[in-house]
Structures are given as C-alpha cells and as structure tokens.
Write a protein that binds this ligand. Structure first.
Ligand SMILES: C[S@@+](CC[C@H](N)C(=O)[O-])C[C@H]1O[C@@H](n2cnc3c(N)ncnc32)[C@H](O)[C@@H]1O
Length: 294
C-alpha cells in the first residue's frame, strides 16, 4: 500500500478536524519528547515485540498514532522483509517520520497522516500485526470499540493486535502526585477517560475487555515497569520526559478548568524541584494486551 492510499476518508465518529490529544502535537518540544520516550519505553519493555514469538517473514505491519515513528522505523530495520506503515494525525510528525525513513535508507516503512478515530483507508485483511501504544491522551471511551472493529477488518486471519497503555505511575513527590491527579481529572472532564472517579487514567483495566468485546481471541496481558528514582540510570531521561510533558499539559489543565494558570505554575515548579531531590523514588507502569484475529 502507498501513503496516498492511506489518506483519511472521513467518517462520523469524531469530526475530521477535531483534535483531542491533550498536548499540541505540532509543538517541537512534543516531537522531541516523543522520540526520547519511545527509546526509553521500548527498551524498558524488553524490545519491539517481547511477547510475540515470531512474525511472518514478509509481515505487513501497521502502527497506529505512531508519533515520530521510532517503533515503526526500528521494526522496518529489524525486519527488512516486512512492510511497515505508521499513521498519525499530525502532518508535521508524519513528515518528520518519513524524513527519518529516507535518511536511514529504509524503503520498507512509510508514514501517512490519518485520524484513527475515523474509518481507516486500508483494504480488508491487509495486516499481520497492528500495534498501538499510548493512545489514551486522545481517545474517548466511545472511540475504542470503533477503532478495534476497524482493526478486526484490517487484520488477516490469525493476525495480531497489540495495545500498550500506561497509568501515570507512583512517586514520593506530593506535587508530582497532585499534577498526575489534575491530569486524570482533566481527562475525565474532557470525556476522555474510563476512570469512574477521575482518579486515574483509567485505560489499563479496559484493554483486555475491549479486545474481547471486539471479538479478538486468546487475549493476553503483560505488565511492565520502569524505575526512575533519583540515582537510577533512568532517572534523568524519565524526569526530562515528565517535566516537558507537564509543561505541555498546562494549557489542557487550564482549559478543562481543573486549575487556573496561577495554580498550575507553582505546582509545576514544585514538582520539578521534588523530582530532582535525592530522596525521590518513582516507578512508572504500563500494560500490553494482545489478541488474535480469529
Ligand atoms: C503519546 S503519542 C504516542 C506515540 C507513539 N505511539 C509512541 O508510543 O511512541 C500520541 C500520538 O497520537 C497522535 N494523535 C492524536 N490524535 C490522533 C488521532 N485522532 N489519530 C491519529 N493519531 C493521533 C499524536 O499526534 C501523537 O503523535
């Protein structure tokens, strides 16, 4: 398939122009953050596909909301006979990912702009593997069943869908915990959370049920964790990821009314200070759920 064939066709789930991602994806700082986060998380997850034994040698692979393309680019490099396509709503992120593919000389990967809350412009049974990581920042609960129904249509018999989502994690910093709590509450107010009370991100308990409800078989789970306490090898890179994310989330917190700009700024500064303290302890969790197309 070509990038031209992968243009968004429109649909009735979310208006095509609506952007629900809680960060402005066009910000250069978000692009840099996502690239760094991809390396951090893929390594902590144990690689590109730690749960799956093997892929068909000429596998067709789709990565949904791929960001700058780190996972898809690495898949194309590791599986030279595979054909990989990544789709993302942000045209500038897609342009960046395509430039990365060209500069690395990878001809088996391409990226296209597409809204994954709309019908996806690929033929039935096109893919052996569909991967999606960290969609909770823009998906509304009602978007998930539609997307997974589309994935059922797009997967070949026996094909695999693989979803990875996280919760915020736990730390010993009161300001960081308060910031996480505001983010959860903001997502709840924005109608983008499965959490009953807005106290957590809410997506992880839903991954396996959503896959089963969509008709996937042999649904399995694997948890992952990254320790980023002060003094650990992952502290600085995770701290950088979180403080940039917190900064980029300020407009979302103010827009949803969970805090004023005057309240958010000192809380942010306090969190940044506490995350650098020598007695800061932190762990971040995620869950991968995967299932098979009958
Ligand atoms: C947290 S990033 C995840 C990036 C990548 N999956 C990863 O794990 O490194 C979320 C991505 O979703 C994209 N996005 C937001 N809304 C979208 C939509 N409706 N359809 C497709 N992509 C979307 C954003 O542009 C952003 O790149």
């Amino acid at each position: 398939m070509t990038a031209a064939e992968a243009e968004a066709p429109g649909g009735d789930s979310q208006p095509a122009g609506e952007r629900t991602y809680f960060i402005d994806a066009e910000e250069a700082a978000e692009l840099a953050r996502l690239m760094q986060q991809d390396r951090l998380v893929t390594e902590a997850m144990g690689g590109l596909l730690p749960e799956l034994e093997a892929l068909p040698s000429a596998a067709q692979v789709l990565d949904l909301a791929c960001g700058p393309g780190g996972w898809a680019l690495e898949m194309a490099f590791r599986y030279p006979k595979a054909e990989v396509i990544g789709v993302d709503l942000s045209p500038s992120i897609v342009d960046y990912a395509n430039a990365q593919a060209r500069s690395r000389g990878l001809s088996n990967v391409q990226f296209a702009a597409m809204n994954i809350t709309q019908p996806l412009a690929f033929a039935d049974a096109s893919f052996d593997l569909i991967n999606a990581r960290f969609l909770a920042g823009f998906m509304r609960p009602q978007d998930w069943p539609r997307l997974l129904t589309e994935c059922r249509r797009l997967l070949k018999p026996g094909g695999v869908i693989r979803l990875t989502e996280s919760e915020w994690g736990l730390t010993t910093s009161p300001a960081t915990q308060r910031y996480y709590a505001l983010c959860s509450e903001a997502l709840k107010r924005a109608g983008q959370s499965f959490s009953p009370d807005g106290h957590h991100l809410g997506i992880t308990p839903m991954l396996a049920p959503l896959l089963r409800q969509a008709g996937f078989e042999d649904v399995r789970l694997r948890g992952g964790a990254l320790e980023w306490s002060s003094g650990t090898p992952q502290h600085y890179s995770t701290f950088k990821n979180i403080f940039v994310m917190f900064d980029l989330l300020k407009p979302f917190l103010v827009r949803t009314g969970v805090a004023s700009a005057e309240e958010v700024e000192p809380l942010y500064q306090q969190a940044v200070a506490e995350m650098q303290a020598p007695d800061f302890f932190a762990v971040w969790f995620w869950l991968t759920a995967w299932g098979r197309q009958p």
